[in-house]
Design a protein around this ligand. Structure first.
Ligand SMILES: NC(=O)c1ccc[n+]([C@@H]2O[C@H](COP(=O)([O-])OP(=O)(O)OC[C@H]3O[C@@H](n4cnc5c(N)ncnc54)[C@H](O)[C@@H]3O)[C@@H](O)[C@H]2O)c1
Length: 244
């Protein structure tokens, strides 16, 4: 019996549940928990696949899922990841910013590529050592609840601080930081009226070459910070873990 646990029934959780319904991920049951029960009920109502809603995180653990997917918040990861690790359950984390300063056994914690990619090549280079890595993230001012008419740098600094200051928007910076460590990622966040898509550009220099990767992702209609690519990266990883 393969049970998938899902924490967070928002934009990403819903895409993931729909992928299970379409049998892109093969499991027997989906158990969901959301602090906002209405979100869990909305997700269940949209599916024919068997979904069990639980009222607490503890109840989710008692269901003994094969894998838990966190698609909630950095706070949720800080609160639940140590307990999930203690149970030896595999955990896919989307709110990766929380992992930067969390003292938890990461051996069964999996980080999907999220709203970016190319992390295979980047982590290969990181084995040798990365000289410089810069992430420039552009989003429409709507995502920052701003209305600037010219591009405006709203943040410049480290990935760790970016993930702290923008806990919903800059988990990509944390994912990159986890991939290149101990190298440090320089981050620029730009509120740009010229872009409709959430655009992430990674420039990397290492001993044997350079890389430039660019991702332009449609914002999710329910949550302008989130892109479908992030949800699909978790679905792909879940597929792999359940087949292993
Ligand atoms: N790694 C990446 O590249 C990447 C990309 C996009 C989004 N994300 C992150 O993934 C997470 C989910 O994104 P989303 O767009 O689905 O968000 P969302 O806001 O649409 O949905 C989050 C859901 O989680 C629930 N929730 C929040 N805290 C909770 C808690 N402690 N326990 C249980 N439920 C809780 C909320 O009620 C909400 O329904 C966010 O933290 C987001 O920043 C990461």
């Amino acid at each position: 019996m393969k049970t998938v646990g899902l924490i967070g029934c928002g934009a990403i959780g819903t895409v993931l549940a729909e992928a299970i319904e379409r049998k892109l991920v093969v499991c027997d049951e989906l158990v969901v928990f959301d602090v906002d029960k209405a979100k869990a009920e909305q997700l269940k109502a949209a599916l024919k696949f068997p979904v069990t809603i639980v009222d607490s995180f503890e109840e989710l653990l008692k269901r003994n899922p094969s894998v838990i997917v966190e698609a909630a918040s950095q706070q949720a990861v800080k609160e639940y990841a140590p307990k999930i690790a203690a149970e030896g359950i595999e955990l896919i984390v989307l709110s990766t910013g929380a992992l930067l300063d969390l003292d938890v056994d990461l051996s069964r914690v999996y980080v999907p590529s999220g709203a970016i990619g190319g992390l295979d090549a980047i982590s290969n280079a990181a084995l040798v050592g990365v000289n410089e890595v810069v992430l420039a993230s552009r989003k429409n001012p709507r995502a920052f609840e701003k209305n600037n008419r010219q591009p405006e740098v709203v943040y410049e600094g480290t990935a760790e601080e970016a993930a702290r200051q923008f806990p919903r928007a800059m988990n990509v910076a944390a994912t990159l930081a986890l991939t290149v460590k101990p190298a440090r990622v320089k981050v620029q966040v730009i509120s740009d009226p010229n872009v409709e898509r959430n655009t992430h550009e990674i420039t990397l220099k290492w001993k044997f070459g350079e890389m430039f990767l660019r991702f332009a992702n449609d914002p999710h209609p329910d949550n302008p910070h989130t892109s479908a690519l992030a949800a699909w990266s978790a679905i792909k990883l879940l597929q792999e873990l359940l087949c292993a």
